[in-house]
Design a binder for this molecule. Sequence first.
Ligand SMILES: *Cc1c(COP(=O)(O)O)cnc(C)c1O
Length: 465
Amino acid sequence: MKNELFRKLPKVDILMKNNLLKDLMIQMDYNSFYEVVTLGIDYFRNKIKNGEIEKFSEDEIIKKIKILAKKNQERNLKNVINGTGVILHTNLGRAILNEKVADKLKQIVTGYSNLEFDLQTGERGSRYQLLEKLICKITGAEGAMIVNNNASAVILCLNEFAKNKKTVVSRGELVEIGGSFRIPEIMELSGTTLKEVGTTNKTNIKDYEKAIESSFVEEEKFNEIGVLLKVHTSNYKIIGFTDSVNKIEIAELGKKYNIITIDDIGSGVLIDYEKYGLTKEPTVQDSLKAGMDIVTFSGDKMLGGAQCGIIAGKKNLIERLKKNPFTRAFRVDKMSIAVMEEIFRYYLDEEKAIREIPVLKMLTEKSEKVNLRAEKLRDLLKNSGIDTRVVKTIALVGGGAMPDEKIISYGVAFKNDNNTLEEKFRECETPIIGRTKDNNFILDLKAIKEESFQYIVEEAKKIIL
Ligand SMILES: *Cc1c(COP(=O)(O)O)cnc(C)c1O
C-alpha cells in the first residue's frame, strides 16, 4: 500500500515542467523553484511514511508547492501593524516617518549626493558639516555632529574626554537601557574608569566635589577625572526619597575644576511637552542652557527621526570628537542624514513638527480622536459579522522615554476564549501585533492608522468567521 503511494509521487524534474507551476517557474530563480518543488514532494513523502494519508492528488502537491513558494518569497523584514499601544516600540522599529521624508530618502539613495563633497570649493567635504548649523539653530548649541546611534555617541565622548581617566557618575544613574547598553560596560569599552558617587536614591553635589578633591590627593595621573557624566534614567524612575543633582550645579562644578560635563539625555526632546498635557521631559535646550558642555541623544526616539546619535555642545569639543578614530567606526550613513535633515527642518516650526512627525503627532493626539478611530473599526468589524468592544487602554511612549506617562487610549477587544488570536493575527501576511488581556485580544488604536482598517477587517474575517 505504502509502496504504491510512494510510486505515485511525481518526479521533481517532471513536476517542475507542469503547466500549473509555470508562473512560479518564471517568477522564481531556478534554485529556489527546484527547492520548493522538492520540499512539496517531500512533504507528501513524509505523510505517506508516517501513514498519515492513504491517497493524494497531484493538485494537492501543487497547492502545497504554491504555499511553500509564497513563504520563500516573503521578506524577512516587513511591515507590521502596531496594535500594542506603544508608540516607540523598540522591537517594532521605533520611530516611523511620514511619506514626504520617505520620498526625500528615496531621492537621495537612488542618485549620487554631495555627502562628502563641498559644492562651493569642489573639494572634499565632510558629512559631519551638513547638518551642524541646522542642529545648532534648533538646540542653541555651538557645535554638533551625528554618529550611528546614541550608544556610540556616549562611547565616543567618553573615549575622547576621559580615556585613561575617571568618569564620575551618580549611583542612581548606572542604568541599563534597551538590552545591553549598560553604563559600567560602556565605560570600560571607552577606556575610562567608573567613579561612582552617592547612593542609589540620594546623590548631592558634595558627593561629586568629594570625588574630584580626592583625585587631587592621589597624585598618579591615572586618577585624574576626565568627565562628570549625567545619565537620564529614561526607562525607570526612583520614586520617593530621592535627590538627583541639578544640571546647573554639575555644570558649575565642572567649570570650577575645569572638567568636561556630559549629559546623556537619551530621548532627544526638543519641545516642552507640558504644553500638550504630557509630563515634562528634560529637553536638549535645557541641558545646554544649564551649562552642560555636551549633550547626547537618539535620533529615533522622541525626536521621531532615523536611527542615529546626536552630539551637541561646545564647538571646540565637537571639533575634537570629529577627529577621534571612533567617529569613523561609528560613522552615520547618508540615509540617516537625509532623514534627519527633513526632521530637523520640521523642528524650525514647532507646529509643523507636531503635524508632520508621526511620533509627535501620535504623542499629542487627543484621546477622543483615538476613541473615534476605535469606534469606527468596531463598526466596520460589526458590519462584517465580527463582534468587538471598544475598551479604554493605556498607551505608552516606549523607547525608554517618559516611563510613567500613561496616555489614555482606546482599543478594540476581540473575545479570545482559548487565547489563540494573538498568534493568528501575528501570522497574517502583514502581521497584526496586539496583546492578550483577560481572555481578550486587544488592538490599541494609538499607533494604528485608518488606512489599515480594511486590511484588519479582511484578516479578522479569515481568522474568526
Ligand atoms: C536609549 C538610550 C541610549 C541608547 O541610545 P541608542 O540610540 O538606542 O543607541 C543611551 N542612553 C540613554 C539615556 C538612552 O535613553
